[in-house]
Structure formats: C-alpha cells, structure tokens
Design a protein around this ligand. Structure first.
Ligand code: PLP
Length: 383
C-alpha cells in the first residue's frame, strides 16, 4: 500500500514518536504543580514554546498551545469576535476555508454577527482587492487560509494582510497556516497576521496538540473556562508530550522545507502533467499550487468509488479533506470554484510527503489507469 494522504495526517517522525513515549513515562507531573516534578514539566513546556516561536519567527510569549488547529481556528475567530464586540459585529472569510473556520463563522452569523464569504476564482485563488472592498469600519476580523487543504491553492497573504490593515487598521487578520507551514515560505510576521493557526500532526508531529500565534497586545475571549493556562485563554492541563514533540516537528519542518520542496515539487508536477493528459479527468489544482497537493475529478463518478478502486490497487488517497470526506454532498470548495455538481462530487486528493519517490508516482499512475479501466467495465456492464 502507498499512503497518499499526508495532508490529512502525516506519519510521525521516529524521533517524534520516541519523544512522546519518553515524556509520557518520565514527565507525567502536572506543569501547574508547585513541586519539583511540576516545575520540570513547566520548564519543558516553556522550552517547547521557545522552539515553536523560533520556527515561526515570533516571540515565545505569542505562542499558545491548544488541542489542534480546529481548536486554534475556533479560538481565533470566536475568541476575537466575542472579545471585540465593541469594534463591531462583522467578519470576513472565504468560501473555501476549512470547516473549523467556515462553521465558526456560520455559528457567529447565527448568533447575530454579519459574515461576508469571499468567492475564489476557478483555481481557488482569493483576490485581495475583493477582500479590501469587503472591509468596513465594523469589521472585527478577516480570516483567510494560506493553502487550501482540498485543491492546494496558495493565497496571496502578504497582500491580503496589507490591504486589510490599510482599509481598517483595527481589523484583526487571522491566517489558517496548517497546510502552508513547512511547504511554503512565510510566517505570521510576513503576512501581517495577528492570529495564525498550526497543527503539528500535518508535519509529522503528534496529534492532540495545536498552536495559535497571538500577536502581542491582541486579546481573545477564552472559549474554555477553567484555570489560567496559556496566558488565560486556554484552560486545561497541558498535553506535555505532544507539545514538546510537536515543537520538534515544527523545527524539523522549518529546517527541511527547502529540501522537501526540491524533492516533492518535481513529483507533483509530473503527476499533474500525467493527469492533464487523461481525458476522463478534470484537474482542479492550478499550476502555481502548493507542492504537496494535487486534486482532480472524474466527473460523473463519485470520488468514493474511485478512491475504493484505487485502494484495491494499493493506493490510499482521499476524496477531499479528511474532515468532510464522509459527507455525501458535493465539495463546497469545488462548487465555490465554479465547478458543476458532478465534478464537485467526483474529486480525489493526492497529498505528498517527504518519503514519496518517483517510483511511487509511477505506481500511482499505473493504478489510475487501471482504475479507469475497471470502472469503465463496471459502468459498461450496468448499461
Ligand atoms: N485547517 C486546515 C487547512 C486543515 O487542513 C486542517 C486539517 O485537516 C485543520 C485546519 C484542522 O486541523 P486539526 O486536525 O489539527 O484539528
């Protein structure tokens, strides 16, 4: 079996898995406890904060640990909206955000906030001038993702950050950086972001931990009530093993980005060219997309059917993002990009990791040809 679903979850580095196990056994003390074992645990978390901050190019005091990027996104959006109601009740996002952003905005809308959803172009690109035009005096927050998790489109974030601030300097800018970090240059400071979410398990770190960069001076209303952990915005005993191992994964991803891209981009480009040559497929990823994601559709054929066929041929792929892949509806992202319903139902996402080779891509290409043939035989038989 070849695993092509790194954008959903990447296998942890050996060093990451070892660190989690060692820390679970050795540093089980609660970092809030006043005894020596607690102080040691607290020191490890502060060290992980420094390592994470260095990987992002920000201050340690600007890093908050959460349970994952879903929580980071919820906290950034709802925490900012609830904190800054005095500034207004309008938020802006895009139609192609991850559900943890999109649904947070819908929830605020149901609670009386106004939400503007910006539509992307046919390649999943958001136009900065459309964002700028939507910003108002009462816009509290703009949230735009770095890389779309379904089709891999890369948003012009530095420009979006700039136009948001020039339209309204008090509007906060949040970036969901989950699929961009370790794959593309740029961090929160480059984008002019006030808030930036990350998830270590997408970059070969452990699950159950996430990060939220909160720019110095920005306040968030806590969504969890409890102790005064994480600067008072995220109550709950810290997941020490995952936090420390996650910081290691962040450092490794930042250090190895250049190497990753130079190995993976040619493989992605080869697969894109192959897919474009197959008349049955519609390629949904643009030329300028992220180096690790390729998305295509087999219009008229449900993505699940194609994915199951590919699995029989030894390839584990996904139909879209993991969080939405069990939905039977057409992809919201593809519909927003202007694709028809049958294309939006027939999507397949291939996502690369650092372990893939040219021979893996060759095997995938053969499997794709085999899957088309098998599905045509089944279709023919059903007529
Ligand atoms: N944002 C994006 C763009 C994602 O791809 C994902 C995961 O698929 C998330 C947020 C949520 O991350 P987590 O799995 O850490 O909750």
């Amino acid at each position: 079996m070849i695993y092509w679903d790194y954008a959903a979850a990447a296998p942890p580095h050996d060093e990451v898995a070892r660190t989690v196990e060692q820390l679970m056994r050795l540093h089980y003390a609660n970092p809030s406890s006043l005894h020596r074992a607690g102080a040691e645990a607290a020191a490890l978390i502060e060290r992980a904060r420094q390592v994470s901050a260095a990987a992002l190019g920000v201050l340690p005091g600007e890093i908050r640990f959460t349970s994952g990027a879903t929580e980071s996104n919820n906290l950034a959006i709802k925490g900012a909206a609830l904190q800054y109601t005095g500034r207004g009740r309008h938020i802006i996002t895009t139609e192609i955000e991850h559900p943890s952003v999109y649904e947070s905005c819908l929830q605020l809308q149901a609670m009386g906030w106004e939400a503007t959803f910006i539509r992307p172009d046919a390649y999943g690109m958001v136009n900065p001038s459309e964002v700028a035009a939507a910003v108002r005096r009462d816009t509290v927050l703009v949230s735009v993702m770095h890389v779309n998790n379904e089709v891999g489109s890369v948003q012009p974030l530095s420009e979006i950050g700039r136009v948001v601030k020039s339209a309204n300097p008090r509007t906060l800018f949040h970036v969901d950086g989950v699929q961009g970090f370790g794959k593309l240059p740029g961090g929160p400071r480059d984008f002019g972001a006030d808030l930036y979410s990350l998830s270590p398990h997408k970059i070969r770190g452990p699950r159950g931990t996430g990060l939220l960069y909160v720019k110095e001076g920005v306040q968030l209303f806590p969504l969890l009530s409890g102790g005064a952990h994480e600067g008072g915005i995220r109550a709950g005993t810290e997941n020490l093993p995952a936090i420390v191992a996650g910081a290691k994964a962040l450092r490794m991803a930042a250090e190895r980005r250049g190497e990753f891209v130079s190995r993976i981009l040619p493989l992605r480009n080869r697969l894109l060219a192959f897919l474009r040559g197959i008349p049955e497929f519609t390629v949904n990823s643009g030329e300028e997309g992220a180096p690790h994601i390729v998305h295509f559709s087999y219009p008229g054929m449900k993505g699940e059917v194609m994915a199951r066929q590919l699995e029989q041929l030894g390839m584990l792929v996904s139909t879209r993002s993991a969080c939405s892949s069990r939905l039977a509806e057409p992809s919201r992202v593809l519909l927003a990009m202007g694709r028809g319903e049958s294309t939006a139902l027939g999507g397949i996402r291939i996502s690369f990791g650092d372990e893939h080779t040219a021979s893996d891509v060759g095997a995938l290409e053969q499997a794709l040809l085999g899957a088309i043939k098998a599905l045509k035989i089944v279709e023919g038989g059903m007529r």
